[in-house]
Design a protein around this ligand. Structure first.
Ligand SMILES: Nc1nc2c(ncn2[C@@H]2O[C@H](COP(=O)(O)OP(=O)(O)O)[C@@H](O)[C@H]2O)c(=O)[nH]1
Ligand SMILES: [Mg+2]
Length: 262
């Protein structure tokens, strides 16, 4: 890889019209290397895609939003608008495919689009990959320096339980299996595709990457409250239990796979 890798940040959006503009601007402003922001919107009824088109028109014309210029980094913002398909995991995977095959990204990152994950931390994840010669960098709320100031006691407790369960069965090299704030090298994503429907894809990705011998690093980040709009995970106990069941199943499946005779 060249000294200055081409980084693509995939932003999966559903109804994020009041968050997406500042998020894109923030990511480009903090970028340390040539950087493309690739939004994958599932035809949000609130008009998120139109906001992205406006931001893209400005960013791609001026190219002066802080990203380092380079032949591969000329397009700063791109939009994929899906109409026939919906879902978080498939949206991120679509972005990864496009980042690799259409734009030739060396590193792909992604995050929530509610400004709960600081844009300034994207280059920190990328730097960790490069400096520590890792394949996957995980933003973690549950290591020293990290925190979750976004969620209440119930959500934090359930997250703690699922992560302890995952660490027990899959290993404690990662403390935030449900992070969703990720940077990884193209080579890893050419071997491992995301599976699942919602947040369980993250457990599955981190578990399979480790089992396949890829090197993972964790960096602390502070998860802030959603800036605007509503959570797609939900906020009551029933919503968490429905999602949590899939998280437990993902951990269990990986553990059985690890134990299976080769
Ligand atoms: N493209 C796409 N993005 C989604 C979908 N569901 C959720 N998202 C995005 O996934 C991210 C995580 O969702 P969020 O509501 O923040 O979940 P929470 O952090 O668990 O409350 C946000 O950027 C959402 O806009 C979906 O079906 N399609
Ligand atoms: Mg969120």
């Amino acid at each position: 890889m060249s000294q200055s890798p081409f980084v693509c940040t995939v932003l999966p959006t559903y109804n994020e019209r009041d968050n997406i503009g500042p998020l894109i601007t923030g990511i480009l402003a903090h970028a340390q290397t040539p950087h493309l922001v690739l939004v994958v919107d599932d035809n949000s009824p609130d008009g998120t895609a139109q906001i992205v088109e406006e931001v893209a028109a400005q960013a791609n014309q001026s190219g002066a939003m802080g990203a380092t210029d380079d032949a591969r980094g000329r397009v700063k913002v791109a939009l994929i608008c899906r109409t026939g398909e919906k879902g978080l995991t498939s949206a991120i995977q679509r972005g990864i495919d496009e980042a690799l095959d259409t734009y030739g990204a060396d590193i792909v990152t992604w995050m929530d689009c509610d400004l709960s994950m600081p844009p300034a931390d994207v280059p920190r994840l990328v730097a960790a990959l490069l400096e520590q010669d890792a394949d996957l960098a995980v933003g973690s709320r549950w290591i020293p320096g990290g925190a979750d100031v976004a969620h209440g006691l119930m959500a934090r407790t359930l997250s703690g339980v699922i992560n302890r369960f995952a660490m027990l069965l899959l290993g404690s090299h990662v403390h935030d299996y449900t992070s969703g704030f990720i940077a990884g090298r193209a080579a890893l994503f050419r071997r491992i595709r995301l599976r699942g429907d919602y947040g369980e894809y993250c457990i599955d990705l981190l578990g399979r990457a480790h089992q396949a011998g890829f090197r993972l690093v964790e960096l602390p980040y502070v998860c802030a409250p959603r800036n605007a709009g509503v959570s797609k995970t939900g906020a009551n106990l029933w919503d968490y239990l429905v999602k949590g069941r899939k998280y437990v199943a993902a951990v269990w499946r990986l553990r059985r796979r690890a134990n299976a005779p080769t």
